[in-house]
Design a binder for this molecule. Structure first.
Ligand code: ZN
Length: 113
């Protein structure tokens, strides 16, 4: 499952930070997840529970912000928000869009003890 390896990556970052910042417990992890990232939120939540067991983030709650995607619309010459990869421009309904964001996943915030 794709989400398992994502959570392993998250744990890696948390453990690096734990060493750098000398914390021993993570209270909350806030993630930004782009709507085009292909991440399934429920699968991610499940994987998080499993992967974080026995780690500094064992008791951490996971909060997920879903981030809208952005695309550059050529006819409008501006950046617009889209909800799916093949959406039309919400302003001019053109399909000449260049997706410029929304497929990322990153840790926004770690709340630690
Ligand atoms: Zn447009």
């Amino acid at each position: 499952m794709h989400e398992m390896s994502l959570c392993e990556g998250i744990l890696q970052i948390i453990e690096d930070e734990a060493q750098k910042q000398q914390f021993t417990e993570v209270k909350q992890v806030i993630l930004d997840v782009g709507v085009l990232s292909g991440v399934e939120i429920t699968a991610l939540e499940f994987a998080f529970e499993v992967i974080m067991q026995g780690t500094v983030a064992e008791k951490a709650t996971l909060k997920i912000n879903e981030i809208e995607a952005q695309a550059w619309c050529m006819p409008c010459s501006k950046t617009v928000n889209i909800k799916q990869r093949y959406d039309a421009c919400p302003d001019c309904e053109s399909y000449q869009l260049q997706v410029s964001g929304g497929d990322e996943m990153r840790i926004k915030e770690l709340e630690v003890n």
